[in-house]
Design a protein around this ligand. Structure first.
Ligand SMILES: [Zn+2]
Length: 82
């Protein structure tokens, strides 16, 4: 069953702040125009926002991955060390 996801302008999801709802994408998914904390504006699917699958724009994600790659690697090592 499809669940209608209502997101109000001004709601925040991670680094995203919702500006407004825009026209649905070609698959009929509700799309929200969001502003990333870096100032970049992107359209993000409302269900993606709700599930927490997106919290920042592509550029910020790239930076985050670069900054966290080492930490994630160390974590993996630690979690295997029992
Ligand atoms: Zn960004």
């Amino acid at each position: 069953m499809r669940q209608r996801v209502t997101i109000m302008p001004g709601e925040r999801f991670g680094g995203w702040t919702v500006i407004k709802e825009v026209s649905p994408n070609r698959w009929g998914q509700t799309m929200m125009l969001c502003k990333c904390k870096c100032g970049k504006k992107c359209k993000v699917g409302s269900s993606v926002l709700r599930r927490g699958e997106s919290s920042k724009c592509v550029e910020c994600r790239r930076v985050w991955i670069r900054n966290n790659a080492r930490r994630l690697y160390n974590f993996r090592i630690e979690s295997c060390d029992d």
